[in-house]
Design a protein around this ligand. Sequence first.
Ligand SMILES: Cc1ncc(COP(=O)(O)O)c(C=O)c1O
Length: 463
Amino acid sequence: MGKGSVIMESDGNTNIEKIQESRKKYETKRSEYLYEKSKKLIPTGASSLMRTSSWEPYPIFIKGGKGSRIWDVDGNEYIDFLMAFGPVINGHANDKINAAVRKFLRDGSVFGAPHELEYKLAKKFKKFVTTQDKVIFALSGSDATFYALRIARAATGKDKILKFEGHYHGLHDYAAISVEAPPPVAGLKWFPKSLPYSAGIPSAVMDTVVVASWNDLESLSKILKIRGNEIAAIIMEPIMANSTVITPEKDYLKGVRELADEYNILLIFDEVITGFRVNEGGAQKLYGVIPDLSTWAKALGNGYPIAAIAGKKEYMELIGNGVGYGGTYFSNPLSLAASIANLKILEANDFELYSHLARITRRLARGIEEVAEELNENIYVNYETGILSFSFTELKNIRNYRDSINMDWDKYKGVQRKMLEKGIYYHPDAAERLPPSTAHTEEDVDKFIVALRESIKEYNNEN
Ligand SMILES: Cc1ncc(COP(=O)(O)O)c(C=O)c1O
């Protein structure tokens, strides 16, 4: 057990002395050293901005993990509530998944030829996602949303897409728009401006992306009256999980479905986070609203690189009939084997692991709410099975991106820093969700709650 993990030896009861003792020993010198070294060769120090951004003064370098635990390069152990931003649904280094991958490692990792496992995974996928006719695989969530948008354009003969403020669909040019738009420059709440989330997005692409406010049918309806005939696709996270977790209001998804039909627009649900996490069939099953196309990734492969685009037969069959599609590493046997093993774990005993995940998430939510009540803190918690966020805010209802940013970001970050010292790991950016896995236990959750109570108290005393 690592230096920062004394809290984990407790039985879940508050033990301030142990926590303080562990803080004294908490050191992350090697992370600091590696960060300085890495930055000299790798811009930002790591190959994905979110791995380093918001981490102050430097990110923690992780060496390995097992189940719900991870270890950093200084030997500290943490209970992981970041879980790689969502993929690791069945815990780190899962034995069954490792065994499946090992079997195929012997035979090679990529052949540039069809593979039997691809059909097997498609069959398994269909057992989970009964609402879509056909599926095809890719490597990342960004691949999947990029191709889904292309299919929609091909299907409708229209160029524009509509996305929602604060929703994240990857970093390709059509997606990296109005992800974190600051309200002073973001235009009207009901009709936000399209703002680039990155430099280097061609203005011609910017002109093809219309932005709307999510969870607001009136806004969407007004925008479609103006632009509806030019729009090929409406893409959304059916449960918003990238600007804190925000669930759709009653009948909102149904209303969007009807508007999309009215204007001959394809509806795309980006289930990259919700897929295989909120239940076996995604948000589309949860809310009973079926999109024309949907994109899946993270929890499909338990951390192995894989993504999927699924949809109605008539649209999916445009692939190869006009729509170009492909990638050297798409559906490589190792990721296929990992995904099949992963789905086998999830489907056992009529998908009973989802009940465990639901219990764990609920316990986490209730625990945070209880801490808030006890300490007289304004904390807003929102969750669905397998995804949760909490914000330091006085708001009692958060409907969309512009609501979600009204919170105390510094406090979240300050408390997160203290949580690290107590052996709890998650991202310092309050917009990120906490995605527990089936490997998390009630005890893990209780340790989170104990550490949160102490961290908030310490933060309040110092600020
Ligand atoms: C909803 C959603 N869509 C797409 C993506 C992009 O996935 P990837 O990072 O695998 O490209 C993400 C990543 O976090 C996501 O949360």
